[in-house]
Structures are given as structure tokens and as C-alpha cells.
Ligand binder design. Structure first.
Ligand code: ADP
Length: 166
């Protein structure tokens, strides 16, 4: 069985992420969306538990997609699966530079681990979690950026953040 691991912070999950996950689910037997707990990223908008729950609800309609979180290195986590492949989305040249470096680092840790890239859909090349957080902060409509079922809670979380920080 071939497993694709789609790692990221998913803070929050966007339609760009979901597009990559759905396409990977058609290619691989199973897709594992891995919410990587990144110690370097300070003050996330959503806790890991919230993100896991949001991703779970967003992928509920895809029977071969699972969700997990981990605070270990992705290259170490991947050892749990036989023949797992990392699948990432590529939006722009800047993603490429970063991902090329990540792959070299991952191969140092786990030489068997391959990374495959799916090019971002034209509709979502501009879309990132930070764009969503920024738009939510200013109270913008998140339609077409995040799964419909998550819109209200992202807007609500941003509202609480605005009240807290002025
Ligand atoms: P972000 O860059 O939005 O904070 P993550 O760190 O959670 O997202 O990224 C996880 C993975 O999802 C990365 O491989 C990233 O390239 C990919 N990704 C993020 N947004 C998009 C998008 N709009 N289209 C395609 N891939 C994307």
C-alpha cells in the first residue's frame, strides 16, 4: 500500500491545501494529512487539536484520507509507513527553493524518503494560510478561500483575536 503524507501547519486549512489532498487521494492508496507541530512558528491562530479537528471535518468525504499530528520531524514520522512519499504543493519559485532545501535535509535524515510535488491549481496559487489569517483579521469574507463549513469559526476566532489585541 502506497501512502502519501501531506505535511504542513494547516493554520488554518485552505482550499489550496484541500485541492492538493484531493488530487493526492486519487493517485495514492491512502493520504495522511500530517499537522506538523512547528516549534519555530509562534502564536498560531488555532491549537493543534483545533487544526486536527478542522482538517478531519474538511476531508470527511474522502474515504482514503486520514489526519494525524506530530511534533517529531516529518522525515522521522514517515518511517512508520512502508514506502511513504511526501506530497507537497508548489505555488511559486519561492516554494521550490524552500522545498528543494527541505528535501535535501529530509534525505539526510531518511535517505529512502522521496518527495513528490503537485503544481498548485491556478485558482489557488496566491492562497496560503497566512493570507487567510490576514483577511480574517480584517473581517474580509473568506468564501472561496477556506472550506465553507469552517468559515464561521475562522471568522469568529479572528474576531476574538481583534478584541484581545485591539
Ligand atoms: P501555508 O504555506 O499555507 O502556511 P503549510 O505550511 O500548511 O501552508 O503548507 C503545507 C503544504 O501545502 C506545503 O506543501 C505547501 O506548499 C502546500 N500549499 C499551501 N497552500 C497551497 C496552495 N494554495 N496550493 C497548493 N499547495 C499549497
Amino acid at each position: 500500500m502506497r501512502t502519501a503524507i501531506c505535511p504542513g501547519s494547516f493554520d488554518p486549512i485552505t482550499l489550496g491545501h484541500l485541492n492538493i489532498i484531493r488530487r493526492a487521494s486519487r493517485i495514492f492508496d491512502q493520504v495522511l494529512v500530517l499537522i506538523a507541530v512547528n516549534a519555530g512558528k509562534k502564536s498560531p491562530m488555532f491549537t493543534v487539536e483545533e487544526r486536527v479537528d478542522m482538517v478531519r471535518r474538511s476531508v470527511a468525504r474522502y474515504p482514503n484520507v486520514l489526519v494525524d499530528s506530530s511534533d517529531c520531524l516529518v522525515a522521522e514520522y514517515a518511517r512508520r509507513f512502508e514506502n511513504a512519499v511526501l506530497v507537497k504543493g508548489l505555488r511559486a519559485a519561492s516554494d521550490f527553493d524552500y522545498e528543494f532545501q527541505m528535501d535535501l535535509i529530509n534525505k539526510n535524515i531518511n535517505p529512502q524518503l522521496e518527495t513528490m510535488f503537485l503544481t498548485a491549481s491556478g485558482k489557488y496559487t496566491f492562497l496560503s494560510s497566512s493570507v487567510v489569517r490576514e483577511m480574517a483579521h480584517y473581517g474580509a469574507d473568506l468564501s472561496g478561500l477556506v472550506p465553507d463549513e469552517l468559515k464561521a469559526e475562522i471568522e469568529e476566532k479572528a474576531k476574538i483575536g481583534r478584541q484581545k489585541h485591539g
